[in-house]
Write a protein that binds this ligand. Sequence first.
Ligand SMILES: [Zn+2]
Length: 206
Amino acid sequence: MPPPANGFPEPQGAIARLAWRLGKLPGIGPKSAERLTQFLLSADPADVLSLADALRDVKEKVRPCSECFTLTEGELCAICSDARRDPKTICVVEQSRDVAQVERSGIFRGVYHVLGGRLAPLENMGPEKLTLDALMMRVRKNGAREVILGTNPTFEGDGTALYISNLLASSGVRITRLARGLPAGSSLEFANNQMLADALEGRRDF
Ligand SMILES: [Zn+2]
Protein backbone atom coordinates (compact mmCIF):
# COMPACT_ATOMS: atom_id res chain seq x y z
CA MET A 1 0.00 0.00 0.00
CA PRO A 2 1.46 3.38 -0.92
CA PRO A 3 2.09 5.78 1.97
CA PRO A 4 -0.53 8.48 2.50
CA ALA A 5 0.14 11.74 0.70
CA ASN A 6 1.75 14.57 2.64
CA GLY A 7 -0.71 16.63 4.57
CA PHE A 8 -2.66 13.61 5.83
CA PRO A 9 -2.59 13.03 9.58
CA GLU A 10 0.21 10.79 10.84
CA PRO A 11 -0.92 7.18 10.35
CA GLN A 12 -0.91 4.42 12.96
CA GLY A 13 1.55 1.56 12.69
CA ALA A 14 5.33 1.63 12.52
CA ILE A 15 5.72 0.99 8.79
CA ALA A 16 3.06 3.42 7.64
CA ARG A 17 4.37 6.01 10.06
CA LEU A 18 7.95 5.71 8.76
CA ALA A 19 6.78 6.02 5.13
CA TRP A 20 4.68 9.05 6.06
CA ARG A 21 7.62 10.69 7.87
CA LEU A 22 10.02 10.05 4.98
CA GLY A 23 7.44 11.39 2.53
CA LYS A 24 7.51 14.74 4.33
CA LEU A 25 11.20 15.23 3.43
CA PRO A 26 11.93 17.59 0.52
CA GLY A 27 12.24 15.83 -2.81
CA ILE A 28 10.81 12.56 -1.50
CA GLY A 29 7.54 11.62 -3.17
CA PRO A 30 5.29 8.73 -2.08
CA LYS A 31 7.14 6.22 -4.30
CA SER A 32 10.57 7.18 -2.96
CA ALA A 33 9.21 7.11 0.58
CA GLU A 34 7.95 3.59 -0.02
CA ARG A 35 11.31 2.49 -1.48
CA LEU A 36 13.24 4.00 1.43
CA THR A 37 10.88 2.34 3.90
CA GLN A 38 11.42 -1.05 2.28
CA PHE A 39 15.18 -0.44 2.30
CA LEU A 40 15.20 0.45 5.99
CA LEU A 41 13.00 -2.56 6.86
CA SER A 42 15.50 -4.94 5.32
CA ALA A 43 18.68 -3.06 6.34
CA ASP A 44 21.03 -4.10 9.14
CA PRO A 45 19.41 -3.02 12.45
CA ALA A 46 22.69 -1.46 13.64
CA ASP A 47 22.83 0.78 10.55
CA VAL A 48 19.24 1.90 10.94
CA LEU A 49 19.62 2.62 14.66
CA SER A 50 22.77 4.54 13.89
CA LEU A 51 20.77 6.65 11.42
CA ALA A 52 18.17 7.25 14.12
CA ASP A 53 20.94 8.33 16.52
CA ALA A 54 22.38 10.71 13.94
CA LEU A 55 18.94 12.30 13.49
CA ARG A 56 18.54 12.69 17.24
CA ASP A 57 22.06 14.08 17.68
CA VAL A 58 21.68 16.66 14.98
CA LYS A 59 18.61 18.09 16.67
CA GLU A 60 19.84 17.79 20.25
CA LYS A 61 23.46 18.89 19.86
CA VAL A 62 23.56 21.32 16.96
CA ARG A 63 22.72 24.93 17.69
CA PRO A 64 23.65 28.40 16.43
CA CYS A 65 27.14 29.67 17.30
CA SER A 66 26.75 32.29 20.04
CA GLU A 67 28.86 34.70 17.98
CA CYS A 68 27.96 34.27 14.30
CA PHE A 69 24.86 31.99 14.35
CA THR A 70 26.43 29.32 12.14
CA LEU A 71 25.09 25.92 13.19
CA THR A 72 27.65 24.17 15.36
CA GLU A 73 27.95 21.69 18.20
CA GLY A 74 29.85 23.87 20.65
CA GLU A 75 29.31 27.30 22.13
CA LEU A 76 31.48 28.82 19.38
CA CYS A 77 31.88 27.50 15.83
CA ALA A 78 35.28 26.42 14.48
CA ILE A 79 35.71 29.70 12.58
CA CYS A 80 34.88 32.03 15.48
CA SER A 81 37.20 30.08 17.76
CA ASP A 82 40.08 30.21 15.23
CA ALA A 83 42.46 33.02 16.27
CA ARG A 84 43.88 33.17 12.72
CA ARG A 85 40.58 34.45 11.34
CA ASP A 86 40.18 38.21 11.05
CA PRO A 87 37.17 39.34 13.13
CA LYS A 88 37.29 42.78 11.52
CA THR A 89 36.11 41.40 8.16
CA ILE A 90 32.59 40.04 8.44
CA CYS A 91 30.85 38.23 5.58
CA VAL A 92 27.08 38.34 6.03
CA VAL A 93 25.18 35.38 4.59
CA GLU A 94 21.58 34.22 4.70
CA GLN A 95 21.94 30.65 5.94
CA SER A 96 24.39 28.49 7.82
CA ARG A 97 24.93 26.36 4.71
CA ASP A 98 26.17 29.47 2.84
CA VAL A 99 29.14 29.60 5.24
CA ALA A 100 30.35 26.22 3.98
CA GLN A 101 29.96 27.45 0.41
CA VAL A 102 32.07 30.58 0.88
CA GLU A 103 34.61 28.55 2.87
CA ARG A 104 35.01 26.25 -0.12
CA SER A 105 36.34 29.20 -2.14
CA GLY A 106 39.36 28.82 0.13
CA ILE A 107 40.30 32.51 0.07
CA PHE A 108 38.21 34.14 2.78
CA ARG A 109 40.07 34.72 6.07
CA GLY A 110 37.45 36.79 7.89
CA VAL A 111 34.47 35.67 9.95
CA TYR A 112 30.80 35.20 9.08
CA HIS A 113 27.45 36.39 10.26
CA VAL A 114 24.41 34.23 9.54
CA LEU A 115 21.20 36.22 9.23
CA GLY A 116 18.86 33.26 9.51
CA GLY A 117 17.06 34.15 6.27
CA ARG A 118 16.39 37.19 4.13
CA LEU A 119 13.85 39.96 4.16
CA ALA A 120 10.69 38.72 2.48
CA PRO A 121 7.70 40.84 3.51
CA LEU A 122 5.26 38.60 1.63
CA GLU A 123 6.41 35.65 3.71
CA ASN A 124 6.27 37.66 6.90
CA MET A 125 10.09 37.72 7.14
CA GLY A 126 10.70 41.16 8.59
CA PRO A 127 13.95 42.58 9.99
CA GLU A 128 13.01 41.40 13.51
CA LYS A 129 13.30 37.77 12.34
CA LEU A 130 16.95 38.21 11.29
CA THR A 131 20.03 38.48 13.53
CA LEU A 132 20.50 42.15 12.62
CA ASP A 133 20.85 43.50 16.18
CA ALA A 134 23.60 40.99 16.84
CA LEU A 135 25.31 42.02 13.59
CA MET A 136 25.29 45.69 14.59
CA MET A 137 26.74 44.76 17.99
CA ARG A 138 29.49 42.66 16.40
CA VAL A 139 30.44 45.40 13.95
CA ARG A 140 30.97 47.71 16.93
CA LYS A 141 32.54 45.13 19.25
CA ASN A 142 34.96 43.77 16.63
CA GLY A 143 35.85 47.25 15.37
CA ALA A 144 34.98 45.90 11.92
CA ARG A 145 36.76 47.34 8.90
CA GLU A 146 34.64 45.67 6.24
CA VAL A 147 31.24 44.04 6.03
CA ILE A 148 30.82 41.91 2.90
CA LEU A 149 27.18 41.49 1.96
CA GLY A 150 27.01 37.89 0.82
CA THR A 151 23.26 37.53 0.60
CA ASN A 152 22.07 35.68 -2.50
CA PRO A 153 21.87 37.63 -5.80
CA THR A 154 18.08 37.42 -5.82
CA PHE A 155 15.48 40.17 -5.53
CA GLU A 156 15.10 39.48 -1.82
CA GLY A 157 18.83 38.97 -1.20
CA ASP A 158 19.56 42.30 -2.88
CA GLY A 159 16.85 43.99 -0.81
CA THR A 160 18.31 42.53 2.36
CA ALA A 161 21.80 43.75 1.38
CA LEU A 162 20.41 47.25 0.79
CA TYR A 163 18.62 47.20 4.15
CA ILE A 164 21.82 46.21 5.98
CA SER A 165 23.90 48.79 4.14
CA ASN A 166 21.45 51.45 5.33
CA LEU A 167 21.71 50.19 8.90
CA LEU A 168 25.51 50.38 8.69
CA ALA A 169 25.68 53.65 6.76
CA SER A 170 26.65 55.77 9.75
CA SER A 171 29.07 53.22 11.24
CA GLY A 172 31.98 54.16 8.99
CA VAL A 173 32.64 50.50 8.12
CA ARG A 174 33.42 49.67 4.50
CA ILE A 175 30.45 47.86 2.95
CA THR A 176 31.00 45.61 -0.06
CA ARG A 177 28.84 43.23 -2.07
CA LEU A 178 29.97 39.97 -3.61
CA ALA A 179 30.66 40.60 -7.31
CA ARG A 180 28.13 39.53 -9.88
CA GLY A 181 30.20 36.55 -10.90
CA LEU A 182 27.22 34.79 -9.37
CA PRO A 183 24.38 34.56 -11.87
CA ALA A 184 21.48 36.83 -10.90
CA GLY A 185 18.65 34.94 -9.26
CA SER A 186 20.94 32.10 -8.20
CA SER A 187 22.00 31.22 -4.70
CA LEU A 188 25.37 30.66 -3.09
CA GLU A 189 24.32 27.07 -2.65
CA PHE A 190 24.73 26.34 -6.36
CA ALA A 191 27.87 28.37 -7.05
CA ASN A 192 31.05 26.45 -7.67
CA ASN A 193 34.27 27.17 -5.77
CA GLN A 194 35.88 29.26 -8.51
CA MET A 195 32.74 31.36 -8.95
CA LEU A 196 32.74 32.07 -5.22
CA ALA A 197 36.43 32.93 -5.18
CA ASP A 198 35.87 35.30 -8.14
CA ALA A 199 32.83 36.84 -6.45
CA LEU A 200 34.87 37.44 -3.29
CA GLU A 201 37.94 38.84 -5.03
CA GLY A 202 35.85 41.04 -7.31
CA ARG A 203 33.64 42.38 -4.52
CA ARG A 204 32.75 46.04 -4.86
CA ASP A 205 31.85 48.87 -2.56
CA PHE A 206 28.13 48.86 -2.05
ZN1 LIG B 1 30.73 31.34 14.85
